[in-house]
Write a protein of this length. Sequence first.
Length: 212
Amino acid sequence: MSETSGFGAAPQMADRFRGFLPVVLDLETGGFNPATNAILEVALVFVAFKGHKLVPAERWRRAVAPYPGSKCDPAALKVTGIDPQDPTRNALCEATALKEMFRVVRNQMKAADCQRAIMVAHNASFDQQFMNLAITRNDLKRSPFHPFSFIDTASLAAVAFGHTVLSEACARAGIPFESARAHNALYDAERTAELFCAVVNRWPTPVDVGED
């Protein structure tokens, strides 16, 4: 659909998502327990409207040092390929990484005239639990993210494409997915962003519903 396709002006982010800025997020962690396992990588992909199409836009990624007292399961590290002690990772401490991330998100919110960010992630409850505990652990104030709402692309993919696994959902949506590059926060966030955009673009914007 183009801007001249008869649907009027291109949608605005704040109007399309009720004042929320969708922010695609992916975490790589040292295990599955948000209370004890460390966050090791965090990546964001922002989305923007290009005409009437939602598309992936700016990216942001940081390596994160395990917080003191946290645990990293060797099995999880084998899957991600992350060595938490590797100095070439240039990892930031958790609080510094999160504060920087919040600044980046707030700048994007301001540019899009949105009042709050909403996390978009694949199996989003996993990422949200890790994020919320990290925010509490570091006594961070004014998180830009909604504290309990999120947009889960696994659920969206189940409705739109009949599958919940990220790689298979991407395949059904016609999005290339390289399994060898999976479990990298930025790569997974990029694919999740493409999947999210593919789902959103299958539905008309709210103002178009019911129009002739």
